[in-house]
Write a protein that binds this ligand. Sequence first.
Ligand SMILES: [Ca+2]
Ligand SMILES: [Ca+2]
Length: 311
Amino acid sequence: MRFPLTCNLAADWRIAVLVLSVYSVAMCLNMFGAGTVTADSFVAGDRFRDCPVCPEMIVVPARDFVMGSPHYEVGRPPQERPPREVSVREKFAMALYEIKISEWKSCASEDACASGADIQSEGNSEFGWREWKRTLPVVGISWSESKKYTAWLASKTGFEYRLPSEAEWEHAARGGTSTGQFWDGLEDTVCEFANLDVSNGCADGYEGIAPVGSYQANAFGLYDMIGNVAEWVEDCWYEGYEWAPTDGTPSLRTERPEPLAPGPVGDCNQKVYRGGHWKSDLDEARSASRAGLGMDERSDYIGFRIVRALP
Ligand SMILES: [Ca+2]
Ligand SMILES: [Ca+2]
């Protein structure tokens, strides 16, 4: 009975192809984030990318940490105080690098991000940012414009992409440390970890912005959290942490909890940016250091980095 045997072999072969195809599709869906991957599937340090032009992400652990300048850092500006215990309750994913020019261009090419004409009038290059290598981080992007990028990524992937809260950012920058910088703070080691102003004495070959990932990562595997380009976060600007949330969410408060309560009032027309940049001295390039700028202002010092919630 050779005929049925041939039939069975052919059928087996077709089933094998079918199973392989279904498996491949499932793998693709998982790879691009449309599968049933839950937060429990991720562990800290996992890397993934939700689409071919999406930034590479790394999973940051949930943790309690002390946010702000510790008491022993004498003379720190009041906006870094009072130091307080903050609980980042959920692990999340953060872009390994500052958002690159090439990544911004993917958004701009779909008309979802600013792409030139309106920025050109300010005398910059074709796309309104400095066009060196494609691995350079994008700068000259306002806070409002950076939000368009996260909205584009969210709609493209179906995942919650957004700017980090200031608490998430500082937790990620510290990488489990409580010192001024995530490295040991010795002056002769600075040049291995951060692209800062030439006055820091680094013969690193970059007087301006460096390609992302040119310096060593912190303990969470994140590059350039300190230095290179400063990074927008979600929070409104405020002069101190008196009324800032302690659960890892952004501070969006514009009024005191009670009219006569002491402490600063937030200004949501200004947003916080973090980490110092290529023109910063060491004092500015600390995990606790913070600054604010108008939400529609642009700067050659400021780019951004994104996070994604894990479902
Ligand atoms: Ca440098
Ligand atoms: Ca940076």
